[in-house]
Design a binder for this molecule. Structure first.
Ligand code: F6P
Length: 354
């Protein structure tokens, strides 16, 4: 009845532990079916029958004891290579095993599928997972703060070497289509420029910010770039053209493109660092351990109350729940009007847009 779906992150194990502890506190015999590799396990009836003891000692453990895989929502209607109807198979597994409910630890796409299964009549509870913190309806997802810590540590390490060599450094940070991790890690790491998908940049403005630093006698600069950052020029293109242009750019990722643009425009020496999947690695930080334990305990309460079709969320520091359908298909973006963006601007951080 539990599955970790989509890209992994810190605190998946801590969250499952929270759910199981919460249930075992009330019920004597809890049967836990742990589906292996997320929805894949549910499709293929591949699971481990687990006991409460299996969830002991995993609060601090990174990754997921169940494994995970990406099963995109948009391909849910497309049969597997060997012809299995995915949604039908998941419903059959659920019925065959006589499950009481399905607890889905997942991000955006995975919660869309959770909502679909709920609409198909299964008892489903979603828990908000993702380093990107882009799930609509919750102030915070588990995994986000731990990823911010790692991205910040990467910027901290770059700071000393950038200062020694008087170079411009670009640190490219994960986050898919949104800039929450970059914004937080950029501020925490003291970045001079922060480039986000939600605030398209102009390379001339970026160079203006770098020149200003030089005029102030600062020999180096740090730019925190979200992997989804986009120029004003590209943002103005029709969606299809923009996608094509990005897919065909002759660089491994946006940071390398920006590095070349900076070299060409202001002649600085630029280096690129991409911490990549380290941002999803290792154990959860203290914040995520607390958050995921609270989420897990709350989900156990929903199960006891037989309140299904819900997504557990954090709202104004309280753990609560909303209908899965309310969140499905919506992304939570950084807004250029958010106070955190205004605070960063007040600190002199450039977003490359003015
Ligand atoms: O959604 C989490 C995330 O790490 C994104 O920040 C990133 O764009 C993506 O997953 C990477 O996916 P994958 O692990 O499939 O390469």
């Amino acid at each position: 009845m539990v599955g970790t779906v989509g890209g992994d992150c810190q605190a998946l194990n801590a969250t499952m532990r929270g759910v199981v502890k919460g249930l075992c506190n009330t019920y004597k015999d809890v049967e836990i079916y742990g589906f292996l590799e997320g929805y894949k396990g549910l499709i293929r009836n591949n699971y481990k029958l687990l006991k409460a003891e299996d969830f002991s000692g995993i609060l601090t453990k990174g990754g997921t004891i169940l494994g995970s895989s990406r099963q995109p929502f948009k391909l849910m209607g497309v049969p597997t290579d060997d012809g299995i109807d995915k949604v039908k198979a998941m419903k059959e597994t659920y019925k065959k095993l006589k499950l009481d409910c399905l607890v889905v630890l997942g991000g955006n796409g995975s919660q869309k599928t959770a909502n679909l299964l709920s609409e198909e009549g299964l008892n489903v509870i979603g828990l908000p997972k993702t380093i990107d913190n882009d799930l609509w309806g919750t102030d915070m997802t588990f995994g986000f703060q731990s990823a911010v810590d790692i991205a910040t540590a990467a910027i901290d390490c770059i700071h000393t070497t950038a200062a020694s060599h008087n170079r411009v450094f670009i640190v490219e940070i994960m986050g898919h289509k949104v800039g929450h991790i970059t914004l937080h890690a950029g501020i925490a790491g003291g970045a001079d420029v922060i480039l986000l998908p939600e605030i398209p940049y102009d390379i001339k403005s970026v160079c203006k910010a770098l020149d200003k630093r030089s005029e102030q006698g600062k020999g180096f600069s740090i730019i925190a770039v979200a992997e989804g950052a986009i120029s004003k020029e590209d943002a103005a293109l029709p969606k299809k053209k923009r996608k094509e242009k990005i897919a065909n750019r002759p660089y491994p990722s946006v940071a390398y493109e920006i590095a070349d643009q900076i070299k060409d425009t202001c002649g600085c020496e630029v280096r690129v660092t991409v911490p990549g999947h380290t941002q999803r690695g290792g154990g959860p930080d203290a914040y995520d351990r607390v958050l995921s334990s609270r989420f897990g305990a709350y989900a156990a309460g929903l199960i006891k109350d037989e309140k299904y079709g819900r997504l557990v969320v954090l709202k104004d520091n309280d753990v609560t729940d909303i209908p899965l359908a309310d969140s499905a298909g919506k992304l939570k973006y950084v807004s250029p009007d958010d106070s955190i963006v205004q605070n960063a601007r007040a600190l002199g951080i450039s977003f490359g847009d003015e």
